[in-house]
Unconditional design. Structure first.
Length: 700
């Protein structure tokens, strides 16, 4: 998550100099502006005191673009406070001085129930660092840490303030000041700026799009929708398709942004600005002029649409000629004006209108799209849209509508992509396999995973790419984590809870077990499972005498698991274990590892020790000595959490003896570890007065 700390500088001095009421009259409105800015980007305000506010983005509700949201909010705060400061100055009063600090990292949220509602407080270094960052900001400025910069570079304009000493941290850290919003919008544009990986696969989709284009060029307008999970390649497909278009086509483009649902018409405004050639630096007069000229050249008969376009672009003349108009009528005419312009364009040349990321669309833009969708049938128009599966629309039944469901890249395409990223050295084959397996062919995840491996120094490029250190575990890139977590968080509360429960149970969960572990009763449980199946989080498959539910992506399971608060996770592990004990009472020996796994992650230490010990014995009997050693070692370590007692000491002795036995087989009789473990066994035997038991151990 990303933490934002905004401090009203010297507010205590302010309070001292002014009488309390006057001071409040300055500080309170400033606080309100800051809180509103945080809320408008879905921030969670943890605290707002007389000194400032502390807000979280991406927690308790996950958002894939939490760092961007925090920066947008900070920029909005800065703007609002500056404007209010100027207002106050005009009245001869002084505004507040403020500083804002932002940091991204992982935190644990603590839940506090107070008077019927729940509050969250973050615990951890990441939140504290945001508070420290704030002290480094110049007055009226926004400062971010290197961790945040890593995720927002390109989306914002930043100034490097260099390494800076921070109280409480030994090494100086790099800090950056936020200048303003940057040129890039989404991760695809960022990738395009870094340099795109060679395009692979997607032959069928490209062929379908070309077919639709031919029909549209012949006057049979078409709608094509590409639907896929985040990062599968929707934007890339649009990009490749645009590059293939014959010269004489007009392309109009609009994007929705993830925090744009609340801003009406944002994508339409963008489409129009692009169409009229309006630049950020143009003043209102210039903007009006550009629009007027464009419409006059397109078709003088469309001149009457200009009032409506001006209204939309915030360029109305004063007095506003539409001021008296009924809002509903005005809205319809605005939509109609845009539609007429687009249809008129399609008379001049085939026209392609692209709307990306409809899952974030606002209501007004949606209305325009519906109007357009109804009107394309007999014009030279191709309406190209894309969205993630959670979105739906009402055009499915139109004869001129085609939906392309993009799947993740197959092994071959994913392999080809990795070859372009990493080269073809055979030494990298195991790593490539691991990346494909973990990302399941999602091209965005592949790119991010590879980038993270380079960032962490696991891979180095020295001419050719080389593995610098071996990898047992690949860390999940923050971008990927963000996408998956926000997808999970958009589920209705109970479904999310069920998904988390399943995540604790394991990659696969038999129905019989789910019924016992979940607190939801049937038939609601069945319904929720089919909902989770419909939204493609899990799938059902037959298992011995039962059905079982499996996570579609291992990564989703991992993220759902990590999204659980520690206490609840422990509780669920115990419930899962208890359910297994009763369901498999007759075949416990077949489930020792799972039981050991669940109990060792719960608070039930004695059960964990019991099953780890049994799992160790079973492994030893199978000659799986390494596995046995691990179980015994874990059991011995956990045992120390139990209160001291003669029974505990005896158990400790037994386990340590087992550890010694396994070490002798796996590492040798006189290696330091073995000698060490033997000494521990000796000490335990002396302590518990069980030297006879030890004889076994001394036999060698
Ligand atoms: N077929 C492909 N060949 C090579 N690279 C690809 C391919 N498809 C996608 N990529 C790369 O994978 C990354 C993610 O793709 P893209 O941005 O198109 O995903 P998306 O589906 O639009 O995701 P979102 O829903 O988040 O917008 C991009 O960097 C893109 O260049
Ligand atoms: Mg995209």
């Amino acid at each position: 998550m990303t933490a934002l700390f905004a401090d009203i500088k010297g507010s205590t001095e302010l309070m001292r100099d002014l009488d309390p009421e006057e001071a409040r009259a300055i500080v309170d409105p400033a606080l309100k502006l800051m809180i509103d800015a945080a809320h408008s980007y879905d921030g969670y305000v943890v605290q707002s005191t007389g000194d400032g506010i502390f807000a979280l983005f991406g927690a308790p509700v996950a958002h894939e673009d939490h760092p961007q949201r925090a920066l947008h909010a900070a920029i909005a705060m800065r703007g609002a406070l500056r404007r209010s400061g100027e207002e106050l100055k005009k009245q001869g009063r002084s505004g507040v001085e403020f500083r804002i600090g932002i940091n991204t990292g992982e935190v644990v949220l603590r839940m506090i129930h107070t008077g019927g509602h729940t509050e969250y407080t973050p615990v951890g270094h990441a939140a504290n660092l945001a508070a420290r960052m704030q002290t480094l900001a110049p007055a009226g400025g926004v400062v971010i840490s290197a961790d945040t910069r890593h995720l927002v570079e390109g989306y914002f304009e930043l100034r490097d303030l260099g390494p800076t000493e921070v109280k409480g941290i030994s090494e100086p850290i790099n800090v950056y000041e936020v200048v303003g919003a940057g040129p890039l919008r989404g991760h695809f544009e960022l990738a395009a700026r870094r340099g795109l990986t060679k395009f692979v696969g997607r032959e069928r989709e490209v062929a379908e799009m070309k077919r639709a284009l031919e029909l549209a060029r012949g006057g049979h307008g078409q709608i094509v929708a590409a639907v896929a999970e985040a990062g599968t390649g929707k934007s890339r497909l649009v990009y490749e398709f645009k590059a293939m278009l014959p010269g004489k086509c007009k392309v109009l483009e609009a994007y929705s942004v993830s925090h744009g649902k609340a801003s009406a018409y944002l994508p339409v405004l963008e489409l129009l600005s692009g169409y009229f050639g309006i630049e950020g630096t143009d003043d209102a007069g210039r903007r009006r002029e550009k629009a007027t000229v464009k419409i006059a050249t397109l078709d003088p008969a469309l001149e009457e649409t200009l009032h409506y376009l001006f209204a939309l672009l915030g360029l109305q003349a004063i007095p506003d000629p539409l001021a008296e108009m009924d809002q509903q009528i005005k809205r319809r005419r605005i939509l109609d004006a845009i539609k007429r312009i687009i249809l008129r364009e399609s008379l001049n040349q085939p026209t392609i209108v692209i709307f990306e990321d409809l899952h974030w669309i606002d209501g007004e833009t949606q209305a325009l799209l519906d109007v357009l969708a109804d009107g394309v049938a007999n014009v030279r128009l191709l309406l190209l849209v894309n969205y993630r599966p959670e979105y739906s629309h009402a055009w499915t039944n139109k004869s001129y509508y085609t939906q392309l469901r993009l799947a993740a890249l197959g092994r071959e395409s994913a392999g080809a992509m990795l070859s372009t990223l990493l080269g073809d050295c055979v030494e990298l084959d195991p790593l490539k396999r691991m990346v494909i397996e973990r990302t399941e062919g999602n091209p965005f995840f592949i790119e991010e995973m590879v980038q993270t491996l380079f960032d962490e120094g696991a891979l180095v490029r020295n001419g050719a790419v080389k593995v610098a250190r071996s990898l047992a575990q690949m860390r999940l890139p923050a971008t990927v984590q963000g996408i998956l977590a926000s997808r999970i968080d958009r589920l209705p509360g109970q479904q999310k809870e069920l998904l988390q429960t399943l995540a604790v149970m394991g990659r696969e969960s038999p129905m019989g077990l789910i019924r016992q572990v979940s607190t939801t009763e049937e038939p609601q449980l069945d319904r929720m499972l089919s909902d989770l199946q419909a939204s493609e989080f899990i799938y059902e498959q037959p298992a011995a005498g039962d059905v079982e539910y499996t996570f579609k992506h291992a990564l989703t399971q991992e993220v759902a698991y990590n999204s659980l608060l520690v206490e609840r996770r422990k509780g669920l592990h115990e419930r899962a274990a208890v359910a297994m004990e009763s369901l498999y009472a007759e075949q416990l020996d077949d489930h020792l590892n799972e039981l050991a796994h669940h109990y060792s992650r719960s608070d039930n230490v004695s059960k964990a020790v019991e099953y780890l010990g049994r799992a160790g014995k079973a492994a030893e009997a199978r000659n799986a000595f390494k596995e046995a050693l691990e179980s015994y070692q874990q059991a011995a370590a956990l045992l120390t959490k139990l209160p001291e007692s003669p029974v505990r000491d005896l158990r400790g002795l037994e386990l340590t003896q087992s550890v010694v036995r396994m070490l002798e087989v796996t590492s040798g009789f006189s290696t330091p570890e073995t000698i060490d473990a033997r000494a521990r066994a000796q000490a335990l035997a002396e302590k518990s007065g069980n030297l006879t038991q030890l004889d076994d151990c001394k036999r060698y």
